[in-house]
Design a protein around this ligand. Structure first.
Ligand code: CDP
Length: 516
């Protein structure tokens, strides 16, 4: 494809209609650096279909500059920017002038107002009107371009959160993907504004990333953050602090309880240059809870998802099935609680060979991986799983497996009872008919017999009913879970959607995918 630099809307529209492709859009203000390069490279790497193309816009948006800010001197060098963008994988660049984006001029277009709760924090509190200007131009740009996906950097975290909220509220179905802040070898975040720094200012500015990094290291050891200590280090290096705060990364509100993912964010003035930087703090690795009814395809996708993220896979259903198998094989009646307690209290349940594909489950050193999938176990498991002793025993074991985080757990009560503080909660479901079809395929593959799909559907409905109506930890969507209905979706599509949900909750800066 010929790489194009487009300027007018007419040129853009001609080009768009020639392509007939889905646009991956990366909006920039130019002054491109390795941070932008990374976003473009990621966009290229994540192209999932042949007909996607990457469009980078370069537009220095006057609406997002305050009247004493640097609109006039903001770096503009279209030939250097184009070279970088094309080398990184852009298919076209759109560099419109002001009137292409705002045809009627300043006083004739709608302006978006960012909600106070998000605007009055961090940079918004310092830069009146800045995020309103960002939101206004983004709406304009996406109306003109109509992209399928928007790629943004995590460097401007508040901007990312505001645009996500904007799209969510206006039901704009464009996906937003975000990627990490890129840093030079010294850890200094790339920014177009770095070019304003003199050599001596650049030396002082280094204390911004250094201090944040040190604070993160201290936090990992001591679980506390000393903002006063951070502030005095910044001041020692002649940096004037505009803000230095620990906030919830999504509400942007200041927080004191540092249990979940926290954002330690700072803005400083170094001479006349304003610099922002941040780091995420987290006490443990992420926990992802995937709950849902029987046969929703949880196992297949959860396993693949855990593998993709490089996290442990925990199949809690297999644990309930294993104890059920033990009870059946000892000829204990499902209502004989005393006998059940007696056999389970000294039993030993373990997962072995935690390679994701070949995970095996053992009870009392017997490999029951295959046996627990039998129709006999399936038909009794819900009866066993509703018992208080069984639930307490297995929940305790599950919590122990997840105490340092770093796992994707599937079940019925993961987001509600086992890991209510999970960072990502998904409720995966599908219609009973679809689930029965999937269960039939699965049983066929495993070599088990069944009478008919209708019977399977009936069995699934009964199990759902038992699981949902039991007293302790029933199957239900956690209030903060995202429901994903998977009818008509194949495994790759479900995985793609899970990845998207994951990334909207866990920044790449917190958990990057391992290189497999
Ligand atoms: O059959 P399917 O793969 O959908 O279910 P499973 O995940 O193997 O779970 C089998 C049964 O274990 C469920 O029907 C529940 O009765 C029980 N279970 C539970 O009570 N709590 C969990 N966290 C997981 C499973």
């Amino acid at each position: 494809m010929v790489q194009k630099i487009l300027q007018t809307n007419a040129e853009l529209n001609d080009w768009l209609s020639e392509q007939n492709s889905a646009i991956i859009f990366i909006p920039t203000m130019g002054g491109l650096h390795p941070g932008h390069q990374y976003l473009i490279e990621k966009a290229k790497e994540r192209k999932t279909q042949k007909n996607q193309i990457i469009l980078v816009s370069i537009f220095v948006n006057p609406l997002q500059f305050g009247k004493d800010e640097d609109f006039k001197k903001y770096p503009r060098n279209i030939s250097k920017d184009s070279e970088l963008a094309f080398n990184a994988g852009a298919d076209a660049i759109w560099a419109p002038n002001y009137f292409e984006v705002f045809p009627g001029g300043e006083n004739s277009h709608f302006k978006i107002q960012v909600p106070q709760t998000l605007n009055n924090q961090l940079c918004g509190a310092e830069r009146a009107g800045h995020f309103d200007g960002v939101a206004t131009v983004i709406i304009r740009l996406i109306r003109i371009i109509r992209p399928e996906k928007l790629i943004l950097g995590e460097k401007d975290w508040q901007q990312l959160i505001i645009i996500r909220k904007l799209f969510q509220e206006l039901s704009i179905a464009i996906k937003i993907e975000s990627y990490s802040t890129k840093r030079d070898q010294s850890g200094f975040a790339y920014s177009s504004r770095n070019s304003y720094l003199s050599d001596s200012e650049r030396v002082n500015a280094q204390s911004l990333p250094n201090t944040l990094k040190e604070a993160k290291t201290d936090f990992e050891k001591e679980k506390v953050i000393n903002l006063t200590k951070i502030a005095s280090k910044l001041k020692e290096n002649s940096l004037k602090i505009e803000y230095l705060k620990i906030v919830d990364p999504f509400s942007l509100k200041e927080i004191e309880n540092l249990d979940g993912i926290c954002l330690l964010a700072a803005a400083v003035k170094c001479g006349s240059t304003r610099l922002i930087d941040h780091t995420f703090l987290m006490q443990r690795k992420p926990i992802i809870a995937i709950d849902g009814p029987a046969g929703a395809g949880k196992s297949t996708v959860t396993k693949a998802f855990a593998q993709k993220l490089g996290l442990i896979y925990l199949d809690t259903g297999a644990m309930y099935r294993a104890v059920t198998w033990l009870i059946i094989s000892n000829s204990i009646a499902p209502n004989d609680q005393a006998a059940i307690e007696n056999i389970l209290k000294d039993s030993n349940l373990e997962f072995k060979n935690s390679s994701f594909i070949e995970q095996k489950i053992f009870i009392n050193n017997i490999d029951v991986t295959k046996k627990i999938r039998s129709p006999e176990v399936t038909s009794m498991v819900s009866e066993i799983a509703k018992q208080q002793f069984v639930r307490e025993l297995l929940t305790r074991q599950q919590k122990a497996i997840g105490k340092d985080g770093g796992l994707v757990a599937e079940g019925r009560d993961i987001g509600t009872a086992v890991f209510p503080d999970a960072d990502v909660k998904v409720f995966l479901t599908a219609s009973p008919t679809e689930r029965a079809k999937r269960r039939a395929l699965d049983l066929n593959k495993r070599g088990f017999e069944f009478s008919s799909i209708e019977d399977l559907e009936q069995e699934i409905k009964e199990r759902d009913k038992k699981d949902s109506e039991r007293e302790i930890a029933p199957l239900k969507k956690a209030q903060d879970a995202i429901e994903l209905v998977t009818d008509g979706m194949n495994i790759e599509e479900v995985l793609e959607e899970l990845t998207y949900i994951f990334r909207s909750k866990i920044p790449e800066e917190v958990w990057a995918y391992p290189t497999l």
